[in-house]
Design a protein around this ligand. Structure first.
Ligand code: THU
Length: 131
């Protein structure tokens, strides 16, 4: 896990967040042991911004992986940063109920949750009668 934290911390430095000044980094390890990172990318048209988790998920999917074992999210927040609602949904799409989500901050404080704890009773592929 410390490895994922370090990768998320490092990619966070590349975040493009001139509007919010709130840089976020995310690192994913898949069940096959591959790792992917992402950072938030904001836009002058504010709603067009991309969250760090979404960036990391995009890299994972582009590489042909789709099962998250663990994702670590880091920001310079007083408390370990919690993923936004949209990112909980995006993580959930590629998780099992026990997938680990590690919330962290630059002080090194960490909280480990399962995606089910962060998004209980989630809407998902099952609701569309898909596997
Ligand atoms: N942000 C993320 O990248 N991930 C989250 O889960 C929460 C919010 C970004 C979006 C925006 O660029 C900045 O943090 C402030 O909301």
């Amino acid at each position: 896990m410390s490895d994922l934290f370090e990768k998320a911390r490092m990619v966070r430095e590349n975040a493009y967040a001139p509007y919010s000044k709130f840089k976020v980094g995310a690192a994913i390890r898949t069940v096959n042991g591959l790792e992917f990172v992402g950072c938030n990318v904001e836009n002058a048209a504010y709603p067009e911004g991309i969250c760090a988790e979404a960036g990391a998920i995009g890299m994972m999917i582009a590489a042909g992986e789709n099962k998250i074992e663990e994702i670590c999210i880091v920001a310079d927040s007083p408390d370990p940063v919690a993923p936004c609602g949209g990112c909980r949904q995006k993580i959930s799409e590629f998780s099992t109920p026990t997938t680990s989500v590690v919330l962290s901050n630059l002080n090194g404080e960490r909280i480990r949750r399962t995606i089910k704890e962060l998004l209980p009773d989630s809407f998902g592929p099952k609701d569309l009668s898909m596997k």
